[in-house]
Design a protein around this ligand. Sequence first.
Ligand code: NDP
Length: 316
Amino acid sequence: MSEIEKVKCLIIGSGPAGYTAAIYAARADMSPVMYQGMQPGGQLTTTDEVENFPGYPDGVTGPEMMIQLEAQAKRFETDIRFGFITKIDFSGDVHKCWADDGKEIHADSVIISTGASARYLGLESEQKYLKLGGGVSACAVCDGFFYRGQETVIVGAGDSACEEAHYLSKLCTKVTMLVRRDEFRASKIMSERVKNTKNIEILFNTETEEVLGDGQVVTGVMAKNNLSGESITIQATGFFVAIGHDPNTKIFKDFIDLDETGYIKYEKPGTSLTNVAGVFVAGDAADKTYRQAVTAAGTGCMAALDAERYLSAIGH
Ligand code: NDP
């Protein structure tokens, strides 16, 4: 049996929420240990330019920002580990976690910052231009600005898609919205807003066949009407996917209260507390509304402060 490691504060996940929690926890002498997770740096590592994080007047790339956050967390001696937590047991007073290398960790406090993953259609051409940073995005608020004065396509029919289509309509000359059924899933108010926006064209019963490009950047989208079978080509320089997110919370489901869509529920609004004493949550794992780097960082700070108070209260 491998040796059990005892830690004061275990941080699971390494996006802006996790790194901010680490910076605060380390400066409060909580000797945090961080497991970075499957995608060190989180969702922002797939974002090209970040222009809306305060403090970067010239913008910064997502990966560069994560390198800087990691360096800042290390500066205060956060123990950052490349690896992920595969299993947890929060049934007793000790919070037990197991890492992918088999190590068993007993943590006095745990900060969950495992984030969420945007869903994509999974088309080869979509993934190609996503990886190239050439016009595919799952976040209009993050990337819409790069397409101002241009034509874009957005896929999805939920509240996110409507909100993002409306956001894009203020920047782009035209937004084409592809809805796979003959109706929206979004609330009436959101779908009405989209329907009443002049430069948004909604194509119902329409599915994406291919994202078109010149090898570097997106130039259009080929879509098909699933009733008539007719294919059309839509000119666009940006292809936005807004078909939902999956919070990375599966390993916690037996112990932590989740809502019906898998997001972690806050025990007390305005805090980072979960239903388990000593376990806190930060970032997109509990946020389906804002999902911004800066809001994730803010809740990371809250989680570290809440964890510090918890540790003081139990005499650490
Ligand atoms: P939803 O799960 O609500 O909607 C996802 C949408 O994507 C659905 O319309 C679905 O179509 C469509 N979709 C899924 N897969 C595909 C595919 N392969 N091809 C084409 N379309 C696809 O996700 P959201 O992110 O929109 O919302 C998540 C939650 O957050 C909801 O509860 C929502 O109400 C909430 N929210 C609230 C906001 C607000 O109030 N301001 C803003 C944003 C989100 P179909 O309908 O056919 O299944």
